[in-house]
Write a protein that binds this ligand. Structure first.
Ligand SMILES: [Zn+2]
Length: 324
């Protein structure tokens, strides 16, 4: 059996998975509490790995391998994280793979969390049956991944697929990555909330103001709700967001001509209006690609995708390892 771990900024999710399948034998979720520091988080992860293995009726040494989806950049050769922006301290040079491997007695591989999502959706979810798939994670950040011939295309250190950091506006807003005009700076969850906040201050969003006064949480979903209730400024804001995501998807479609584009993440929960707008923009902008044969679809695995993709990644690396 494989163990897939999704290391997030707020939660860590664990799943013991039958190799090459989406069958979860046992699962466990805990809070990350990254303010305690990387060594403390890693020690808790080791204990949680033992617990979830026990629930599956095995010991960690009986696992074939562990895959960990990490929210950022890592060194694939050493298994050390380099920059995890959503974790306290950003985890530079933290020996994640080695620490878990030494304590648990089995092989550990890292993968970027968005690449894990796309691998899982490609093999077991919305892209099932297709050979070439691209995916977007639309949330606090915007990530993505490329599957070619049912295998991840990774680029250097797994960095291929950073679709959120494609330049869409030559003189646009500054992105967290340092560039200006990235898709992420235009259409991530925080970007949507920031722009809605501006409109709120200008007094153009009475329904949003009322909802916030009622104690509702300020999310992209709440912005969409206020737009539907009649806040015209927010309708135009969301139109801009959908246009930006549509253009980002269109660029990737132009480059890869995939059979399936999978959209996941919290912003994708805006649902049918987003999907409809993205499909329309892709049809308008991709004139040299047979877009009628490209399915643009929502993700189907939900929160399991990260764990399943990490487990699947470990399974693939194990197979490559055994061949060598
Ligand atoms: Zn960027």
């Amino acid at each position: 059996m494989m163990l897939g771990i999704d290391l997030g900024g707020t939660k860590i999710a664990y799943a013991v998975v039958l190799p090459g399948t989406s069958t979860i034998v046992a699962r466990h979720v805990t809070e990350t509490r990254s303010h305690e520091g990387a060594p403390a988080v890693l020690q808790r992860m080791i204990a949680d790995c033992r617990d979830v293995c026990a629930a599956a009726g095995i010991t960690p040494a009986g696992l074939s391998g562990i895959g960990i989806g990490v929210p950022g950049v890592f060194d694939d050769t050493t298994g050390r994280t380099l920059f995890l922006p959503n974790l306290h301290g950003t985890w530079p040079n933290v020996p994640v793979a080695q620490t878990l491997s030494d304590s648990l007695g089995c092989a550990v591989w890292l993968i970027n969390d968005a690449r894990a999502f796309v691998l899982a959706e490609a093999l077991h979810g919305a892209g099932r049956g297709a050979d070439n798939i691209v995916g977007f994670t639309l949330g606090t950040g915007i990530g993505g991944g490329v599957v070619i011939g049912r295998d991840l295309y990774l680029g250097i250190d797994g960095t291929a697929g950073e679709f959120g950091h494609q330049t869409l506006a030559l003189n646009g807003p500054r992105c967290g990555c340092g560039n200006i005009g990235c898709l992420e700076a235009l259409a991530s969850g925080p970007a949507i909330v920031a722009r809605a906040t501006q409109m709120l201050k200008e007094g153009n969003t009475p329904h949003l103001a009322q909802a916030l006064a009622n104690g509702e949480v300020f999310t992209p979903a709440l912005v969409a709700q206020a737009a539907n209730a009649g806040d015209g400024a927010l309708v135009r804001l969301l139109d801009d967001v959908y246009a930006a995501i549509g253009a980002g998807v269109a660029n990737v479609v132009t480059m890869f001509s995939p059979q399936v584009v999978v959209l996941g993440g919290s912003v994708s929960n805006l649902g049918a209006p987003l999907l409809t707008a993205v499909r329309q923009v892709v049809h308008e902008r991709c004139r040299a690609t047979p877009v009628d044969r490209i399915a643009i679809v929502p993700a189907v695995l939900g929160a399991d995708a990260g764990m399943l993709g990490a487990a699947q990644w470990a399974f693939r690396r194990l197979q490559q390892w055994e061949v060598q």
